[in-house]
Write a protein that binds this ligand. Sequence first.
Ligand code: PLA
Length: 433
Amino acid sequence: MASMAAISRGLLKRRGIVRSPAAVAGLGARSMASWFGHVEPAAKDPILGVTEAFLADPSPDKVNVGVGAYRDDNGKPVVLECVREAERRIAGHLNMEYLPMGGSINMIAESLKLAYGEDSEFIKDKKIAAVQALSGTGACRLFADFQKRFLPDSQIYIPIPTWSNHHNIWRDACVPQRTFRYYHPETRGLDFASLMDDIKNAPNGSFFLLHACAHNPTGVDPSEEQWREISHQFKVKNHFPFFDMAYQGFASGDPEKDAKAIRIFLEDGHLIGCAQSYAKNMGLYGQRVGCLSILCEDELQAVAVKSQLQQIARPMYSNPPVHGALIVSTILGDPELKSLWLREVKGMADRIIGMRKALRDNLEKLGSPLSWEHVTNQIGMFCYSGMTPEQVDRLTNEFHIYMTRNGRISMAGVTTGNVGYLANAIHEVTKSA
Ligand code: PLA
């Protein structure tokens, strides 16, 4: 009788995971050394690749307005005072035990209040399945994997344009992608008519990815009235809205106001999904704290959905990291720290608004023949400048200004010190256009 070991070796061989000694001997030295010889370098990420190029540039004039990372007016990364205070309170009191698979219960409870409202009936009725996620990216990915697992024939409708990584996330989750129109290059505003047409023309019961506020990269959001129409049409078509809320607080300066689109959909009786991130609004970029929530029909369904989300997480990363979640729950769970946070979010949003005005003023003073009104009309972290990839290349090659080739300027990286230099360079590459 064959031994267990021999049987399992046979199984592995059939699956091509181990090779027989004869097969290995026949491979020869060259192929033994080239297990990964066929692996080509990956294409550079359109956003994080910009940071790599910026870091490699020795020029003292260099400016990074690529990645959406907030800087103070001296161009330095910011740790919020509420975060520093939360760290002081945590220090020495934290054990390093694993969190539950679904993450920090307190952090999740606070996150749901931010997205669904302090007194939300859905929270009271326990209708929301929610887990801590590896920031906004992880929340989107977990949702995409969940969608594939339980609705394997579904697709996702993604706005054009969108954050480049949305495409990667749903691609890697093997969910087919469709697009819907969103932005009008001529008006530099929302293409509302086309957006509504695409919602109407999608098959009933489609999944749609919506930016809850401060759309990336365009800085263009629907008005409240337009959100109401969108929500109404979603009802008619029975579409499922998945909100990516990576910038709550960065659109208006007030997280409560920035949740308006979600609240409208909730009022209209939709079931929704929501990805939240504390990277930007708490400046916790590298801590990777976020939350994925799915509003279900009842508590029973929410319990089932949560258990399945945890089961998707378990073989990927088992359970999420503890430190950032504790910072978030400490801040949001303490009225004093929470109001400090709200002031600090407002401060960041206001500095960005100030820089929009400064950039536009500078361009107008230089006598630019183009209109730069959109710089101040757009909201959130980014200005979708309208510059072409070739103009962006000139900014980088001639002026050491680093940004994504779609013409997106991260206003969070613009400061009193560099706005004049930036405006001058933009004027140089656009004046003859
Ligand atoms: N969703 C949107 C719309 C985003 O813009 C980003 C980050 C995320 C999710 C994910 O953020 P998180 O995982 O860090 O929480 N976008 C950045 C960074 C700021 C990036 O590309 O990763 C950007 O520069 O577009």
